[in-house]
Design a protein around this ligand. Structure first.
Ligand SMILES: Nc1ncnc2c1ncn2[C@@H]1O[C@H](COP(=O)(O)OP(=O)(O)OP(=O)(O)O)[C@@H](O)[C@H]1O
Ligand SMILES: [Mg+2]
Length: 168
């Protein structure tokens, strides 16, 4: 019986490759793959400016069925979407500095187990955030990118299993 992978490194040579990964992750968080379990979960996205965090989140939201404009929450900190019975919260904490803002905006209440929470620059939120199911580190690699995916929960591990190319 093979054990579930705790991490995975993927090469993303162009934007299309990032969008393919986004589609696979959308299926995971929406509970559409056999291994993914119930819908919901948290993904942290790390990496330098321009590494592709927003590109990945936009691709995921599109693949999940968001049809309108998908704005980067760089200035608003949060953009939320509702697709049938699923709630998506896209955070960007790059400009986060005010602890009161966290409390006053009621962010903690959005971390419901059924919600899908996607966070750019989680490092900037200090220790407020719960552990994600999956941590994705994007890095420049020539003209493309690499993605290092690390699972921090059983759910995240199941997602990685569905992303791992099947060997026969
Ligand atoms: N795999 C890839 N290979 C090459 N280019 C890519 C790839 N994925 C995304 N890009 C491009 O890189 C840029 C990434 O911009 P994006 O806004 O997604 O970065 P970001 O990590 O969210 O930056 P920020 O920290 O400023 O929010 C876009 O121009 C996108 O087209
Ligand atoms: Mg961004």
């Amino acid at each position: 019986m093979p054990t579930s992978p705790a991490s995975l490194i993927l090469s993303l040579p162009d934007e299309e490759a990032t969008l393919r990964l986004a589609k696979q992750l959308a299926d995971c968080v929406c509970g559409k793959t056999e291994a993914s379990g119930t819908p919901g979960g948290r993904i942290h996205l790390k990496g330098e400016l321009g590494a592709g965090k927003t590109t990945l989140v936009r691709g995921l939201l599109r693949a999940a069925g968001v049809t309108g404009r998908i704005k980067s929450p760089t200035y608003t900190l949060l953009e939320s979407y509702n697709i049938s019975n699923l709630y998506f919260h896209h955070f960007d904490f790059y400009r986060f500095s005010d602890a009161h803002e966290w409390r006053d905006a009621g962010f903690a209440e959005l971390f419901d187990e059924h919600a899908i929470v996607l966070i750019e620059w989680p490092e900037q939120a200090g220790t407020r955030l719960p552990l994600p199911d999956l941590d994705i580190q994007l890095a420049y690699a020539g003209t493309g990118r690499t993605a290092r995916l690390v699972a921090s929960s059983e759910k995240g591990q199941r997602w990685l299993t569905s992303l791992t190319p099947q060997r026969v």
